[in-house]
Write a protein that binds this ligand. Structure first.
Ligand code: PAF
Length: 283
C-alpha cells in the first residue's frame, strides 16, 4: 500500500519533518531531482530506501544551472505524476521549495568548484552549469543534512563534482552513484528524452552502441586516439552534432593516453536536432 509523502515547501516545514525523523534516530537519504521523474530516478529512490530508514526527494528546477538560451522555461514539469510515483515508492518527504525560498532576495553567494568541474567536458559547453549545481546541491545538503545522497551516473561529471564538494566542504554526506538506467535499446533514461522526435528517438541509441563498441576495441588493444576518432565519426555520420567523445580517468576526469592510465570512463555529449544528450560508460 502506498502512502502520500509529506510535502514541505518552506524551510521551517522541512526542518520540522526532518527533526521528527532525527528524534526517532532514523537515518535519512536524499535524492536530489528536478522532477519529471522516470525509472532512473525511481532506481535512485529504491537505493536510498535500501540505505536509510527515511527517504527524502527534492524537486526543484534550479534556474542557476541553466544558461539564458537553455530550456529552463520549457523543462518538463510533471508534479502530479511525480508525487504519485514517489507515493508508490513510499517516499517519506518531498522537499519542493520555490525559487524565492532557495534564492531569497539579495542572494549573493556561490560555491566555486575546481578539479573535476574544470576538465573541458560539460564545463566547456555549459560554463555556468557546475556553479549552479554545486551551489544548489550544497544548499540541499545543508538544508536536509542527509546521511546519504544518491545521484545517477548518467550525469557522470556532476557526480564527480558533487562527491568532491561534499568531501572538501565536510558536509558529512555519503554520496552514492548509481548505474544509469537505460531503455531497452540502450538509450540512457533522461527527462529530456521527451524532446526527441520519433526519428531522433530511433537514432539516439547510436551513442550507447558507439560507446560499447569503442570500449570493446579499447579492451582488444586499439589505441585510444584512433578508437575515439572512429567513434566520433560514427556518431557524426548518424546525424549528431558532437560536442565531445572522450576517454577520461574515471575519478579525476583527466585525459588518459592508454587503458593503463585507468580506470577509464568514456563520456559523450551530442546534439540531435535541438536536444542535447549526454552519456558515459566504464571501459
Ligand atoms: O541532476 C539533476 O537533476 C540536477 O542537476 C540536480 C542534481 C538535482 C541539481 O539541480
Amino acid at each position: 500500500m502506498s502512502r502520500d509523502p509529506i510535502v514541505a515547501r518552506s524551510l521551517p516545514a522541512l526542518h520540522e519533518t526532518l527533526n521528527a525523523f532525527r528524534a526517532a534516530n532514523d537515518t535519512v537519504a536524499l535524492v536530489p531531482t528536478m522532477g519529471a521523474l522516470h525509472e532512473g530516478h525511481l532506481g535512485l529512490v529504491r537505493e536510498a530506501r535500501r540505505r536509510c530508514k527515511r527517504v527524502a526527494v527534492s524537486i526543484f528546477v534550479n534556474p542557476t544551472q541553466f544558461a539564458p538560451h537553455e530550456d529552463f522555461d520549457s523543462y518538463p514539469r510533471t508534479w502530479d505524476t511525480d508525487v504519485a510515483k514517489l507515493a508508490a515508492e513510499n517516499v517519506d518527504l518531498i522537499w519542493n521549495p520555490d525559487v524565492k525560498t532557495m534564492y531569497p532576495s539579495g542572494f549573493a553567494s556561490r560555491i566555486v568548484t575546481e578539479g573535476p568541474a574544470v576538465v573541458d567536458l560539460e564545463d566547456r559547453f555549459r560554463p555556468h552549469f557546475f556553479g549552479g549545481v554545486a551551489t544548489v546541491v550544497g544548499k540541499l545538503f545543508i538544508q536536509c543534512r542527509p546521511d546519504v545522497a544518491v545521484f545517477g551516473e548518467k550525469d557522470y561529471q556532476q557526480l564527480r563534482v558533487v562527491t568532491r564538494m561534499a568531501r572538501d566542504l565536510d558536509l558529512g554526506v555519503d554520496v552514492i552513484g548509481l548505474a544509469t538506467v537505460r531503455e531497452h535499446d540502450g538509450l540512457a533514461m533522461s527527462s529530456r528524452n521527451v524532446y526527441l522526435s520519433p526519428e531522433e528517438r530511433a537514432t539516439a541509441p547510436v551513442l550507447h552502441r558507439t560507446m560499447q563498441d569503442t570500449a570493446a576495441t579499447l579492451r582488444a588493444g586499439d589505441k585510444v586516439a584512433a578508437a575515439l576518432a572512429a567513434g566520433a565519426a560514427r556518431i557524426t555520420k548518424a546525424g549528431f552534432a558532437l560536442d565531445y567523445f572522450e576517454a577520461r580517468h574515471a575519478e579525476t576526469l583527466q585525459p588518459i593516453a592508454s587503458l593503463g592510465d585507468g580506470p577509464v570512463r568514456l563520456l559523450v555529449a551530442a546534439k540531435i536536432g535541438t536536444t542535447r544528450l549526454i552519456d558515459n560508460i566504464g571501459v
